[in-house]
Ligand binder design. Structure first.
Ligand code: PLP
Length: 378
């Protein structure tokens, strides 16, 4: 008897049984995710008073403090929830995603929690510290030479049965933008007792676009006047696309800043909720990342530096108009991941970058408000 006939004759009861087993497993997996969330604390909102900007308070949400070291902890939890609740993830099924590293680490962590094999498709140039973290969590790294190939490679794994978590396709919808302690709700709650609880600006980068979409939507939902600024590497896909509202735009410059500065307009980029885009040269981002260590006594990644530069530009603009208020941004990931790249003087020198002059210029701006040179002009 041909196999297809046998399948057609399978009693309905055994389909029902298979469905029950799957639903039981799904329920257990969701319970594990809820337990993980209950064990986790929220991340701190650190306040920085910069002497050069009296009357302007700076707050940085320390997303490096998540168990997996970056803001992608939130996203990975949401993506697994979304896959489970959509019935797309089965017991024992391999899981795959394309990532510049941070998401892969967080997804590897949740895959291990749920007992699922995980493969991260990453550019071969990803910081070695991140590749090591995925390995340590039991994940497999599939490295591709051309960063533009990661999506096709993830689709290749999905065609062979893996569940594609699809951070770039789904980040914007997997996150509950109305609340549920999303990052925007958390920030605003933590600001409640501050002198300026409704910030003038919130600043973030754009990788999947999930963070900016969630913040932008939530600000409208809550009826706040706070404006949203995306800080991205100069010539990024987001920056080029946002200025011309062109979803076919491409990056016109490569970047050394991981997690942001995408080569294309990702499906999750919601241009309409973004009020300003500030483009930051890699040299300034790296200098600011070094400066953050001086200011906070801890290392954070390159995109946190990009955010700081944008905050200072917005603050300088506010000060020049005599405005007071607060500016909020994110510390996106742990700096240790870049010990052998952006925090390594030799590595930078080989790429023609010396962070010292820009760091001194930024330090002077932070201390005195004095602008030296043109790179910091709004
Ligand atoms: C992903 C990422 C971002 C950008 O966040 P999205 O929500 O994906 O836009 C910024 N910094 C780092 C280090 C990231 O990994």
């Amino acid at each position: 008897m041909p196999k297809s006939v046998a399948t057609a004759c399978t009693p309905a009861a055994s389909f029902a049984h298979a469905g029950t087993v799957q639903r039981d497993w799904c329920g257990d997996a969701l319970a594990k995710l809820r337990q993980e969330a209950a064990r986790s604390a929220d991340t701190h909102l650190l306040k920085l008073d910069l002497p050069g900007f009296p009357g302007i308070a700076f707050y940085f949400k320390d997303e490096a403090a998540h168990p997996t070291g970056s803001l992608k902890h939130r996203l990975a939890r949401s993506l697994f929830l979304y896959a489970l609740c959509n019935g797309r993830l089965q017991r024992g099924q391999p899981v795959v995603d394309a990532s510049s590293g941070s998401t892969a680490i967080s997804e590897a962590w949740f895959a291990r929690l749920l007992g699922l094999p995980f493969t991260a498709v990453m550019p071969a140039c990803t910081a070695p510290g991140k590749i090591g973290d995925v390995d340590a969590l039991g994940g497999t790294c599939d490295l591709v030479d051309d960063p533009a190939d990661v999506h096709a490679r993830a689709a290749w794994h999905a065609a062979r049965g893996a569940c594609h978590l699809d951070q770039f396709g789904l980040a914007e919808r997997a996150t509950d933008w109305r609340g549920n302690n999303n990052i925007a709700e958390s920030i605003l709650q933590q600001l409640a007792l501050e002198p300026d609880p409704e910030p003038a600006w919130i600043v973030c980068g754009a990788g999947t676009g999930g963070t900016s979409a969630t913040i932008g939507r939530y600000l409208r939902y809550r009826g706040l006047r706070t404006r949203l600024c995306v800080a991205d590497p100069s010539g990024s896909g987001f920056a080029n696309g946002w200025h011309s509202r062109d979803r076919a735009a491409r990056a016109t410059q490569p970047t050394l800043i991981e997690g942001i500065g995408r080569p294309r307009v990702e499906p999750g980029f919601v241009f309409e909720v973004v009020d300003a885009v500030l483009e930051v040269d890699d040299g300034d981002s790296i200098a600011a990342m070094w400066l953050l260590e001086d200011l906070l006594g801890r290392r954070y990644g390159g995109s946190s530096g990009t955010n700081l530069v944008a905050c200072l530009r917005l603050a300088a603009d506010m000060r020049s108009r005599g405005e007071r208020g607060s500016i909020v941004s994110l510390l996106c990931d742990r700096g240790e991941r870049y010990d052998r790249t952006l925090f390594d003087r030799e590595w930078l020198r080989a790429r023609g970058i010396d962070p010292r002059p820009a760091r001194e210029r930024l330090a002077r701006l932070v201390a005195t408000g004095a602008q030296v040179g043109s790179a910091m002009a709004p």
